[in-house]
Design a protein around this ligand. Structure first.
Ligand code: MSP
Length: 671
């Protein structure tokens, strides 16, 4: 049996909520876990949250919360989101878990004992968005980080522990050379190799100017650099040196695969292996970097990605719920490359692949069985098929199903699914070729039995091939075939036979049809669905909500009739009374005003509002307004971050502000 399989996602910063980008990696990890589990391997999947560092400390402060209260709340949102997408991680790690903190300190001590840390002082740029030091070479004009334009890197001057990264360059290059599949895809591997060949600098791995981090052992003036702490999670999650899980799931005993986005490749392929080498610990088997998703062709800005909520998509039964979302993400984008998540294409793909191809194959086959074989699987002999078309279909079924595993193995879920669906198309073609209804007219029972027997077997195989991507629908399909649900069983490979022989349902086995597995969506419902799901900023004009509210906010007040929401949905929105304290124009932005608004917190909040075409700044000072207080902060660039939104109605030049009477206290909640 193959080695156990250990797959990880990055641990997500909790200054954000789960979005399509983070859902993407997490769903791929879960699909891989399921695939390898179905092949009989022992599997372990890890995800979690990254909770230390300056970015989170500042975010908590800006919300008037303690860092711990803030991260507790945000981490819980990630933990609750993944099961809604049928992700069943074996462990959810938080970097504030005491056990993680203790074990990271162990790793630190090993690195220190190896002589790889020294105290020095640092003076250079730091991008809080990346939580990463930057050389001047890496910054744009005005010391802007290319990944976080508008925020400006900060000059840091402080005492720090350095890790002797420069001395690891040769060892890293030798390692990449000896392990060609350590970094994938190939283009990313080349990128990392040329980065390391360009020369490495020692890395600052502690900070002394803030305290939201894991204390450095023996010097509590310092906290560890957030990436030292974060990267170690992949190992601390297993329970530390010599624990059962560590012995089973860490390299070299297991195949350890880290899935990461291309933006965090260097941390995983340069820093992390160097830390491990220094601590005398084995390296993971593979770091696979995927590309970036755009939404309907647009870059995922913070406001846009928050407008496309993966949980909401997973809760859309019309598109097959969690399984539909999983299918779309896995199938639409070539893993490893940048790709687009296009809402209209999503409906089209649902209809074509799932409704008209797979779903249709199931209903046709079961419909024919209920007419021609009394709703039971027919008995037939695959070794003595009556016609050439039957033998040709059998050959193709073996070949197509046999091709699927190699794509899962090589982390190409989009190709695995493409080939899976090819089997469904081939089977649909075979229904037409075999025409069991014509055989029935001719009284040719052996032809009917062979065709329906082969088709039922193909459907059973399809349920197995689909299960890693669509576990719920695969099991529903099986239920209609009268079969029990699939689950991973250690040591039992559900797929070994797919390319060598078939395993038909026994003759007389009772089938259990129960309606369309993937009801198709007609044009009218498609338009309604798209207007519900697409953020206003990406919807074509005909679907976008009518103009109104605060320009630039996709969630602004629309004149159109919105679908009903539950009371619980409404209760999630925190509307508060605020008093405008200051207001000023934003240079070079005609529509925007920068306000500070007292919402009953220790400090007034900054709110950037599209009010300037209607109001002179002075006219707003002292106004009692209604503030959406728990809206995720929105970055307008150039250091302008809005912490809330005001309610208003009307076109941009004639806005009417929603206000509260003088008797309402700042901070009072509207309910
Ligand atoms: N906390 C670090 C990771 C530490 S791992 C030891 C971090 N967190 S993050 O929340 O900012 O990002 C997590 C992942 O989301 C990254 O892999 C990043 O590539 C991914 N994505 C963010 N936006 C994305 C898209 N638009 N598309 C696809 N993935 C994207 O970095």
């Amino acid at each position: 049996m193959s080695r156990p399989f250990y797959v990880t996602t990055p641990i997500y910063y909790v200054n954000d909520v789960p979005h399509l980008g983070t859902a993407y990696t997490t769903i791929v990890a879960d699909a891989l876990r399921r695939y390898h589990g179905l092949r009989g391997r022992e599997t372990f999947m890890l995800t979690g949250t990254d909770e230390h560092g300056l970015k989170l400390e500042r975010e908590a402060v800006s919300r008037g919360l303690s860092p711990k209260a803030f991260v507790d709340d945000m981490s819980a949102r990630f933990r609750a989101a993944w099961p809604k997408m049928s992700v069943e991680a074996d462990h959810f790690i938080r970097t504030t878990d005491p056990e993680h903190e203790r074990l990271v300190q162990e790793v630190w001590k090993r690195v220190e004992q190896n002589g790889d840390l020294y105290l020095g002082s640092y003076e250079d740029w730091y991008c809080v968005g990346c939580e990463s030091f930057k050389t001047e070479k890496e910054l744009l004009a005005g010391n802007e980080c290319p990944l976080h334009p508008g925020r400006g890197a900060e000059k840091v001057r402080e005492e720090t522990y350095f890790f002797k990264l420069a001395s690891y360059a040769d060892r890293l290059l030798n390692y990449y050379d000896a392990h060609p599949s350590f970094i994938e895809p190939e283009s990313r591997r080349n990128e990392v190799i040329s980065f390391v060949k360009g020369g490495l600098h020692d890395l600052s791995v502690s900070r002394a100017s803030f305290s939201w981090g894991i204390p450095v052992p023996g010097n509590d003036k310092h906290v560890m650099y957030v990436w030292f702490d974060a990267l170690a999670n992949y190992w601390t999650a297993l329970g530390g040196f010599g624990s059962d899980a560590e012995r089973k799931y860490w390299a070299p005993n297991a195949e350890v695969v880290h899935l990461v986005g291309k933006d965090i490749l260097r941390f995983h392929t340069v820093y992390w292996p160097a830390f491990l080498m220094s601590a005398g610990m084995p390296l993971p088997s593979k770091v696979f970097a995927h590309g970036f998703l755009t939404i309907d062709g647009q870059k995922m800005s913070k406001s846009l990605r928050n407008a496309v909520d993966p949980v909401r998509l997973a809760e859309t039964p019309e598109l097959a719920g969690a399984d539909g979302l999983r299918y779309q993400l896995l199938r639409a984008v070539a893993f490893g490359q940048d790709g687009d998540f296009d809402h209209a294409a999503m409906v089209e793909r649902y209809n074509a692949d799932l409704g008209k191809n797979l779903g249709n194959l199931l209903s046709r086959t079961l419909g024919l069985c209920s007419k021609l074989t009394a709703g039971k699987a027919p008995a037939f002999d695959p070794g003595a098929l009556p016609a050439d078309i039957d033998r040709a279909f059998l050959r193709d079924r073996l070949e197509l199903a046999g091709q699927v595993p190699q794509y899962w193995e090589s982390l190409a879920p989009h190709l695995a699914l493409e080939h899976t669906l090819r089997l469904a198309s081939r089977a649909n073609k075979y229904v037409d070729e075999a025409a069991p209804w014509a055989a029935a007219k001719a009284g040719n029972q052996p032809a009917i039995d062979a065709a329906l027997g082969l088709l039922l077997e193909a459907l059973k195989t399809l349920s197995e091939l689909l299960w890693p991507a669509m576990p719920t629908k695969a099991n529903e399909l099986r239920k209609q075939l009268g079969l029990g649900p699939l689950s991973a069983t250690v040591g039992a490979d559900a797929w070994t036979m797919h390319n060598t022989r078939i395993d038909p349902l026994p003759g007389g086995h009772a089938l259990a049809p129960s309606g369309a597995l993937f009801p198709t969506i007609d044009k009218e419902r498609e338009a309604e669905l798209l207007s519900r799901l697409m953020p206003a900023s990406t919807a074509p004009a005909a679907l976008a909500p009518a103009a109104g509210g605060i320009p630039g906010h996709p969630s602004a007040i629309a004149d159109s009739v919105a679908p009903a929401i539950s009371y619980d949905d409404f209760a999630k929105v925190e509307l508060k009374v605020g008093v405008v304290k200051t207001a000023e124009k934003v240079p070079k932005k005609d529509k925007l005003l920068k306000l500070t608004v007292d919402v009953g917190e220790p400090e007034p909040r900054t709110v950037i509002a599209g009010l300037a075409l209607t109001f002179a700044p002075d006219a707003l000072v002292g106004q009692r307004v209604i503030v959406v207080a728990n809206l995720a902060p929105r970055d307008f660039g150039k250091g302008l971050v809005s912490h809330g939104m005001l309610l208003a109605t009307g076109p941009s030049e004639k806005l009417v502000l929603a206000t509260a009477p003088d008797s309402a206290e700042p901070g009072a909640r509207l309910k």
